[in-house]
Design a protein around this ligand. Structure first.
Ligand code: GAR
Length: 211
């Protein structure tokens, strides 16, 4: 049997996307295993979801380190111990510097609740509503040092309906996220996502069965 594709998931909160990954790729009889979940907060509900699934957890607090570079070095050491093929930021609400990212080139992906480059940052859904856009969406992208600035792997639009509240729009965005994130993890596990070695913002996805 071939060895599983090893995934580390970083979270900060509720962890519904983590749950979706647990319920699909992790237990789905696929050669994909979530080998550790790391949270930036002790009270993240997602930690319990991981524990319930028997996945090892850890908490890495910024307050335990003198600065972000020191936090990122400690985080990278912990993640590297797991020999990850992929690191998924699923609601990880803390900026990662090159100290972390340079250790896992092209192996860190993030989920964001907008059609980037629109509405980067922490309040994408509220800002889309305030702006009055008719469409927003979901982006799964490679992570680079510029926040929410790495090239997209998959994007899917979500219509903003008249009268939407942050809650109603969030619910529809989550549905899309819960489909897109496992799909990207499968594509990555199958080696079907390639970044152009020269034009680094170009990402190609090769043909296969699990699109
Ligand atoms: C998701 O909606 C994700 O797109 C967002 O946090 C939420 C986490 O939900 N991430 C960002 O805004 C990153 N800038 P979850 O904890 O239930 O998976």
């Amino acid at each position: 049997m071939s060895s599983p594709f090893r995934v580390v998931v970083l979270i900060s909160g509720t962890g519904t996307n983590l749950q979706r990954l647990i319920d699909t790729v992790h237990v789905g009889g696929e050669p994909i295993e979530i080998v550790r979940v790391v949270s930036s907060r002790e009270d993240a509900a997602g930690l319990q979801r991981a524990e319930d699934a028997g996945i090892p957890t850890a908490v890495v607090l910024q307050s335990d380190h003198p600065d972000r570079a020191a936090r990122d070095a400690a985080l990278a050491d912990m993640v590297e111990e797991e020999r990850p093929d992929l690191v998924v930021l699923a609601g990880w609400m803390s900026i990662l510097t090159g100290t972390f990212l340079d250790r896992f080139p092209d192996r860190v992906i993030n989920l964001h609740p907008s059609m980037l480059p629109a509405f980067p940052g922490m309040h994408a859904i509220e800002e889309a509503l305030a702006w009055g856009v008719r469409w927003t969406g979901v982006t799964v992208h490679f992570v680079e040092e510029q926040v929410d600035g790495g090239p997209p792997i998959l994007q899917e639009p979500v219509e903003v309906l008249y009268g939407d509240s942050a809650e109603s729009l969030t619910a529809r965005i989550r549905e899309v996220e819960h489909r897109l994130v496992p799909r990207v993890v499968r594509l990555m596990a199958e080696g079907r996502v390639q970044r152009d070695p020269v034009h680094r913002r170009r990402v190609s996805i090769s043909e296969g069965t699990s699109q």
